[in-house]
Design a protein around this ligand. Structure first.
Ligand code: NAP
Length: 245
């Protein structure tokens, strides 16, 4: 087991990509704190699966865009596990607005998306870095939307900001803590549930590896970066089956 004895915190860890990462870490021997803000039942279910593997799991409710709640979350994790080795900044939100429809984007959309995806990532990383073990790892979940095409303009801009944060924080926290990013392409989660089977088929057909991504595709790279990527920092890795080549 590649993460035996380690403790991880996964924001938005009860659903989709976060859930797959939480379970993959537990399978490799890590104890996992599962953060959620609204999806308590799914977070509870994920924690129970982790416990079923013989690992420790704890549920932490916190809105990652609220610094008081973030600081309380990190204190709770430290109290429960006595250490923190891996933080996955996975929590994220968007709105689905055609890129050409500039008028449909509200100021509230900009504020909410940047508060969670950008400020929240910074707040969680700063608070976690205060208690992290030497050799700790922060994994930021970005998106290929950072290249410009995605669910909405504010979302694309927020994920480009995530990539810059990955570089800046890698410089700031080296050599004690590594900071890396994963930029998924289309991944089949509740996020993309609004897509019908035909849209998924079209996406698979346009992807060189001829399928849509699954949360486990992201989780496998997260495990590698946490366990083995010990000379890697500041970089963001695209996992999209070649779709954006
Ligand atoms: P998801 O299941 O909706 O995951 C989003 C998670 O973020 C949820 O668990 C949600 O928890 C959490 N979250 C949202 N706002 C939060 C807040 N203020 N505080 C704490 N947690 C919050 O969808 P997903 O597809 O797995 O997305 C996970 C990450 O992957 C996101 O960062 C997304 O941008 C990125 N991504 C997804 C795709 C894709 O195609 N699916 C592609 C590229 C990147 P609550 O419900 O409890 O709020």
């Amino acid at each position: 087991m590649r993460l035996a004895g380690k403790a991880a915190l996964v924001t938005g860890g009860g659903t989709g990509i976060g859930r797959a990462i939480s379970l993959a870490f537990a399978r490799e021997g890590a104890d996992v704190a599962v953060n959620y803000s609204r999806s308590e039942a799914q977070a509870q279910e994920t924690a129970e699966e982790i416990r079923g593997m013989g690992r420790r799991a704890t549920l932490v409710r916190a809105d990652v865009s609220n610094s008081t709640q973030v600081d309380m979350m990190i204190t709770e994790v430290a109290d429960r596990f006595g250490r923190l080795d891996i933080l996955v900044n996975n929590a994220g939100i968007t709105v689905f607005v055609d890129l050409a429809n500039l008028e449909a984007i509200t100021e509230g959309d900009w504020d909410r998306i940047f508060n969670v995806n950008v400020k929240g990532l910074f707040l969680c990383t700063r608070a976690a870095s205060r208690i992290m073990q030497d050799g700790g790892v922060v994994i930021n979940i970005s998106s290929v939307a950072a290249f410009g095409r995605g669910s909405s303009i504010p979302y694309c801009a927020s994920k480009a900001a995530v990539n810059t944060l990955t570089r800046s924080l890698a410089i700031a926290l080296a050599p004690r803590i590594r900071v890396v990013g994963i930029a998924p392409g289309f991944i089949d989660t509740r996020w993309t549930a609004q897509w019908g089977p035909q849209q998924k088929e079209r996406s698979a057909a346009a992807t060189p590896l001829k399928r849509v991504g699954q949360p486990e595709d992201i989780a496998r790279l997260a495990v590698y970066l946490a366990a083995d990527g010990d000379f890697v920092t500041g970089r963001t890795f695209v996992v999209d089956g070649g779709r954006t080549l």
